[in-house]
Design a protein around this ligand. Structure first.
Ligand code: NAP
Length: 308
């Protein structure tokens, strides 16, 4: 079978934008979208900061529109997970279970997954009070108490952002020292809306239809208690879904795929990475979509060059 022009691995904002652009460029892209297609937006409810939707849009609905737009220009989708790749020879190999595909170019858009605490009711109440993104969901918690778990810069940033809306922000950290940078710590300590609950872990999220509070435990005294809050932001870091590519591509120390400055080019010519698998700074739907467009345009140029 002749190699594909381009295989796009992953199907959220970045991958589907890359699909729209490469399909419109007549590259006939194949998207291997994975069983958990759609990425982190599938875990959110209303998206209010994606331009073009003044009344907001549900995360899954936004993804469905992206997908429809990509399909309109002839994108082909395979709803399976990539199990293995081999980028050591060209055309590149992409394996999905026992099926093997070849492609002249690859666009990786496998995203990142927010780390979760692994609590019994954490996933069940995701989008019903539990969130992993204050920028996305913070505005839903006006004048009510919320909690944040974590002690790094992400947790500090989420907590500070949430003070714009919430009546009180409880930052729950498992130790008696924060990992966050000094400047972020200073901001936290100065903000009267933030209360830090030290040496404490969250044991579970409480609530039936929506969350109503948290069960927490002080790790020094072993005392458990319950606190009331309507929002709970888990901010204990993200893990980029870069594992499959680690044997071939240069990764950063934090495991994100390294791309050239202002580019989606990876350490292998013809392999591009876009969205949250390479972006640990902005991590927004709109920036992921933007980088998907960049990957498609760079891919198009690359294919022109090799087919000359
Ligand atoms: P991080 O620095 O790895 O911090 C994760 C935090 O979550 C730590 O405080 C850790 O506690 C806690 N944690 C991890 N697993 C936990 C668990 N199972 N239960 C309870 N707590 C847990 O991650 P991050 O805050 O996402 O930051 C990642 C990188 O991005 C850092 O380099 C950071 O500086 C950078 N960043 C920068 C900015 C900024 O400059 N504005 C904003 C966001 C992120 P321990 O401290 O006890 O380990």
């Amino acid at each position: 079978m002749a190699p594909e022009n381009v295989i796009i691995i992953g199907s959220a904002c970045a991958g589907l934008t890359a699909a729209i652009y490469t399909a419109r460029a007549n590259l006939n892209p194949l998207v291997i979208e994975g069983y958990q297609a759609g990425g982190q937006l599938m875990l959110t409810t209303d998206v209010e900061n994606y331009p073009g939707f003044p009344d907001g849009i549900l995360g899954p609905d936004l993804i469905s529109l992206f997908r429809k737009q990509a399909a309109r220009f002839g994108t082909r989708f395979l709803t399976e997970d990539v199990t293995r790749v081999n980028f050591s020879k060209h055309p590149f190999l992409v394996q999905v279970q026992e099926k093997e595909f070849k492609a002249h170019a690859i666009i990786i858009s496998t995203g990142a997954s927010a780390n979760l605490l692994g609590l019994k009711n954490e996933k069940r109440l995701m989008g019903k009070g539990v969130s992993t993104c204050a920028t996305c969901d913070g505005a839903f918690f006006k004048n009510v108490p919320v909690a944040v778990s974590g002690g790094g810069d992400s947790a500090a940033e989420e907590a500070l952002f949430l003070t714009k809306f919430a009546s009180e922000v409880m930052l729950i950290h498992r130790r008696d020292k924060l990992r966050a940078s000094k400047i972020m710590q200073d901001r936290l300590f100065k903000n009267p809306k933030i209360k830090i609950i030290w040496d404490t872990v969250v044991e579970d999220v409480l609530g039936k239809e929506a969350m109503t509070g948290l069960k927490i435990k002080n790790v020094k005294t072993q005392k458990t208690s319950e606190i009331s809050c309507e929002g709970f932001f888990v901010a204990i870091g993200h893990t980029p879904n870069s594992h499959l590519f680690a044997p071939y591509l240069k990764l950063r120390e934090n495991k994100y795929i390294e791309t050239a400055p202002n580019s989606t080019k990876t350490s292998i010519d013809g392999v591009f990475a876009c969205g949250d698998v390479q972006d640990f700074v902005f991590r927004q739907a709109i920036t992921a979509a933007g980088s998907g467009c960049m990957a498609a345009m760079e891919c198009e140029k690359y294919l022109e060059k090799i087919h000359q």
